[in-house]
Design a protein around this ligand. Structure first.
Ligand code: ADP
Length: 263
């Protein structure tokens, strides 16, 4: 499963990503974390990103795109990933589309955590105050003034992605103001819908098939069926083609069979 968590700073993307990591065994790819690691390590990317991040602005698209691409090529990302904090601009979203297509991968869903901005600011400000009172180290950009700048950057550059993924039929919106476990439940519900769309083998569908098989209505699977059912991702990709079948050209196999019959 490959997901994007979309929402403003403080919407709870990180918290929900951790829940999804535990539940589905995915890896969390947070561009914010990757950039902070690069800053700490003093790498060329880190040196480039440091001042930009400290101002609450966005790091250039090509920089983040390259770190994400390197990361999704790692073996642990093969089982699926959650993108947290990426994409953040429309060019990043387009670059991600190209990157996934190049690797033969597809997104399963984009989860938007919808939040009320006024309540959000209050939530983050009290989190900052609590952390300060406990003597915990804050992120350099975790201060009320920079928070407003990060929110402005979100509104101007990232919010248009909601319409982008809506157009692509990928968007699932959940109420990010609900208590954490409720948000997690809403996300699971949204994903069960996506999974059913992407992988047509839910238990509910297996029943009628089992009944039909018993009644002798379903025989052995054809070679093509056996091939496609081995790989759920492939089955998912072939599905729209099957839907279009009435207008589709006959398959090569069918043509060949007709030719043989004529002989
Ligand atoms: P938050 O979502 O709370 O703003 P993040 O940890 O996701 O925090 O990001 C922190 C900072 O890292 C951002 O303000 C920005 O400067 C930089 N950053 C993270 N992801 C991206 C991205 N996809 N594109 C550009 N800059 C990014």
């Amino acid at each position: 499963m490959r997901l994007i968590l979309l929402g403003p700073p403080g919407a709870g993307k990180g918290t929900q990503a951790q829940h999804l990591v535990a539940k589905y065994g995915l890896v969390q790819l947070s561009t914010g974390d990757m950039l902070r690691t690069a800053v700490k390590a003093g790498t060329p990317i880190g040196r480039q990103a440091q001042d930009i991040m400290a101002q609450g602005a966005l790091v250039p698209d090509d920089v983040v795109v390259s770190i994400v691409e390197q990361r999704i090529e790692q073996p642990d990302a093969r089982k699926g990933f959650i993108l947290d904090g990426f994409p953040r601009t429309e060019p990043q979203a387009e670059a991600l589309d190209r990157m996934l297509a190049k690797h033969g991968l597809a997104l399963d869903a984009v989860i938007e955590l919808k939040v009320d901005e006024v309540a959000l600011i209050r939530r983050i400000e009290s989190r900052i105050a609590e952390m300060t009172a406990r003597g915990e180290t804050l992120r350099p950009d975790d201060n009320p003034e920079l928070l407003h700048r990060r929110l402005a950057a979100y509104r101007a550059q990232t919010e248009p992605l909601i319409a982008y993924y809506q157009r692509h039929g990928m968007l699932r919106t959940v109420d990010g103001m609900a208590p954490i476990p409720d948000v997690a439940r809403q996300i699971e519900q949204a994903l069960s819908g996506s999974e059913a769309l992407a992988r047509p083998a839910p238990a509910a569908k297996a029943k009628p098939r089992a009944v039909a098989k018993k009644a002798g209505k379903i025989g052995k699977k054809s070679k093509t069926q056996r091939k496609t059912s081995r790989n759920p991702a492939q089955t998912a990709r072939r599905r729209p083609a099957a839907k279009r079948r009435p207008n589709a050209k006959p398959e090569v196999g069918a043509k060949a069979r007709r030719r043989n019959r004529r002989r």
